[in-house]
Design a protein around this ligand. Structure first.
Ligand SMILES: [Fe+2]
Ligand SMILES: [Fe+2]
Length: 212
């Protein structure tokens, strides 16, 4: 596995706890945190496949790309990242030497949020055949994938091992309480209508990668 690699995804449907449920988050917050990263990494892989199609001159599936970015905008930006912000703040209190890396990751949350919105808007324009320079769209999507993967890898490698050692039950309860518990509209048991096609694609990718 490369430096920025996130561990291989677990097959869908084999996880017992919904990581976004209160029970899932509190029973094993590190496992729930990691499961979310695995899900995001899957989506980035799918996005990358579409970017490669784009590069070859094929018309990518703009709807699928839009749904991926929409999910990351709404779920990662509104639930995952605010929880991390609280975990990071607690971690910095316990270990001030981590402040530098934590400040960088907090900044990355802000950059990811802006980049997600930008990319979402560009994809919508492209889907509606509004003239968007191909090179600019390809660069935006490819940069987004690389930046996001790097962010996940930094959290997995630099933050989570220390969080496992230093954060207390009380800290994890504060993390879980940051945003109200919500079911995951894509990876949860009740898939929202707009994400059904994306969920199907993910299941197909998992099947293909198991056969390889
Ligand atoms: Fe993050
Ligand atoms: Fe994260």
């Amino acid at each position: 596995m490369g430096k920025d690699a996130v561990p291989a995804p677990e097959p869908l449907g084999e996880r017992r706890l919904d990581p976004f449920s209160k029970e899932g988050t509190m029973a094993n917050p590190l496992a729930a945190w990691h499961a979310e990263h695995v899900n995001f990494a899957r989506l980035l892989d799918l996005l990358e496949i579409q970017v490669a199609n784009f590069h070859r001159g094929e018309r990518p599936n703009y709807d699928l790309m839009g749904d991926i970015v929409y999910y990351l905008r709404s779920f990662a930006d509104c639930i995952h990242h605010p929880r991390e912000d609280v975990a990071f703040a607690r971690l910095a209190e316990r270990e001030p030497a981590m402040e530098l890396v934590i400040n960088r990751l907090l900044q990355e949350h802000r950059v990811i949020s802006t980049a997600s919105e930008e990319l979402f808007n560009r994809l919508n324009e492209a889907a509606e055949d509004v003239l968007t320079p191909r090179v600019a769209l390809e660069a935006a999507a490819a940069t987004y994938v690389v930046y996001y993967r790097h962010h996940l890898a930094a959290e997995e490698g630099e933050i989570m091992p220390r969080a496992a050692q230093l954060l207390t039950q009380e800290d994890w309860a504060a993390v879980a309480a940051t945003v109200p518990a919500a079911s995951d509209p894509l990876f949860g048991n009740n898939v929202e209508a707009r994400f059904r096609e994306l969920r199907k694609q993910i299941a197909m990718e998992v099947r293909v990668s198991r056969q390889e």
